[in-house]
Design a protein around this ligand. Structure first.
Ligand code: ATP
Ligand code: MG
Length: 472
């Protein structure tokens, strides 16, 4: 079967390897994505010979000498060619020891190289040599598995996953990313080998987990992680959300299911990885705050505060970025009940102003999260909530126009307070600053210099402070 190759780089490689009589193929993810018509910018080339030499000659011929990176330890080289990343490697044969995912490697044939690939859909190669240009080599019927949307290992899945346990994460990631099913024997082998995930570095695990989070429907991946037992090993806080408790015939909803519904709903609206993480984390403290109160039912009082406190620990353990990214997720977890509380009580100007002040530029993301958080089966209820959220959004716009508190900077700052009363940094400065902030948020004064200055003077007097030129 001949596959049309679309990129202009392939005839150039073909010319070169044919001249040198080097058998050469494009292989793996690029071939899979080409057949699925998914755009892809990284190309893997396998050659029966030296990948490094081939990359260097290609760089010379195309005038891109400075664009080669050689990884001598791995025997590979990468060439940047316009927006493409082309990786060159000599065909290899691998054998594994049980304590490491790093195999011992020797030179091999194309067949050997295909044998070491993780899935049938990732083991296909297309010839770049002139006499067979475009011909598909598909020893494990990957094409059928692509058509039938199946993830299957070329060799015994027990061996494949045990050799390199990262493949368990990759299988689940591809299932979520492509909407494929994992073949039954493979799924059983993942459950069976789950403990082996312990030899994989946190960085590699989180890379795959983030790809699952970025899938069109991330829940597909998380259910697979949960059902195979991997989730409990890599992210136990999330796994712990599963289950329903019953008391006096009263049951609460399954928070794991609910969270995944929220995550999927949100993912229809946004590709923002960290907003998606906020959805994953928003109810994370429900299991630890759960209480049954007689005559009332189940409560999860304070789960937003406890949840926000859990965010740094979870991020650190999973090797997710700390800093502003983590703070963003933490803020959304902390505030996720506020818009709904606002709707349930009354949409007053001061409540909206406070929310806007606390959420800052993340207010739109927070509203998106809260809308996704409405997963009731009762259509009337959903309609009511969404309608009320429209009202909140409307109010947010009005207040923002009027008061500009989104990125609130007090019109009178600590410097001015200290200068005016000739004092150093002390408690009184804080008290005055806070009084001004509160007055603005409550709508007692407007967010401008003159009114804030007036209030500063008033409060200063009350605190027994003296103006510098001694007017009082
Ligand atoms: P993507 O680029 O979308 O992450 P990919 O399948 O191209 O997916 P890469 O990491 O780029 O993934 O790997 C390229 C190819 O190398 C794969 O298609 C597969 O053939 C092979 N491969 C990658 N990782 C493994 C592994 N852990 N075990 C076996 N083969 C692998
Ligand atoms: Mg790739």
């Amino acid at each position: 079967m001949i596959i049309p190759l679309d990129n202009k780089i392939f005839p150039i490689i073909s010319e070169m390897v044919s001249e040198q009589s080097l058998p050469c193929y494009v292989i793996g993810g690029y071939v899979r994505d080409l057949l699925l018509q998914r755009p892809s910018k990284d190309i893997d080339i396998v050659v029966i010979g030296s990948g490094i030499d081939l990359a260097k000659s290609l760089a010379r011929i195309t005038g891109r000498k400075g664009k080669v990176t050689v990884y001598r330890n791995f025997g590979t080289a990468m060439l940047r060619y316009d927006d493409l990343e082309i990786e060159f490697v000599g065909a290899r044969k691998e054998s594994y020891q049980s304590d490491s995912r790093k195999p011992s490697v020797e030179n091999g044939t194309l067949g050997d190289d295909q044998n070491r690939r993780d899935f049938t859909i990732n083991a296909m190669a297309i010839s770049l040599n002139k006499e067979s240009y475009g011909e598909l080599s598909d020893p494990f019927n990957g094409l059928d598995d692509l058509r039938n949307k199946i993830i299957r290992t070329p060799l015994d899945p027990d061996v494949t996953y045990s050799d390199d346990p990262l493949r368990m994460m990759r299988a689940i990631r591809f299932a979520a990313q492509l909407g494929f099913a994992i073949e039954e024997r493979s799924l059983a082998a993942i459950s069976h080998n789950k403990k082996r995930i312990e030899i994989i570095s946190k960085e590699r695990i989180i890379d795959e987990l983030n790809k699952i989070v970025q899938a069109p429907r991330p829940s597909v991946g998380f259910y697979l992680l949960e059902n195979t037992g991997l989730l409990d090993l890599i992210f136990p806080e999330f796994s712990r959300m599963k289950g329903v408790a019953v008391m006096d015939k009263k049951r609460h909803k399954d928070n794991f299911r609910h969270t995944l519904q929220v995550l999927d709903k949100l993912s229809e609206k946004t590709d923002n990885l960290w907003l998606r993480w906020a959805a994953i984390m928003h109810d994370i403290a429900k299991p630890v705050t759960r209480k049954y109160i007689e005559g009332h039912g189940w409560t999860f009082h304070g789960h937003e505060f406890v949840g926000a406190k859990m965010v740094p620990d979870v991020f650190r353990r999973l090797h997710l970025p700390l800093g502003t990214t983590m703070k963003y997720v933490q803020k959304l977890v902390l505030l996720h009940l506020r818009p709904i509380a606002l709707v349930e009580e009354e949409v007053t100007d001061s409540a909206v102003r406070r929310l806007l002040f606390e959420a800052g530029d993340d207010i739109d993301d927070l509203m998106m999260l809260c809308e996704a958080d409405i997963t009731s089966k009762n259509d009337e209820k959903v309609k009511l909530y969404l309608g009320n959220f429209q009202l909140v959004r409307q109010k947010l716009r009005e207040i923002e126009e009027k008061d500009a508190v989104r990125n609130f900077q007090p019109p009178v700052d600590g410097e001015l307070i200290m200068k005016t009363f000739d004092i150093g940094p002390c408690r009184e400065v804080g008290v005055i600053k806070n009084t001004i902030k509160e007055a603005i948020l409550e709508g007692i004064i407007q967010n401008d210099y003159e009114q804030a200055y007036g209030l500063m003077m008033e409060k200063g007097k009350e605190l027994g402070l003296k103006k510098v030129n001694g007017e009082w």
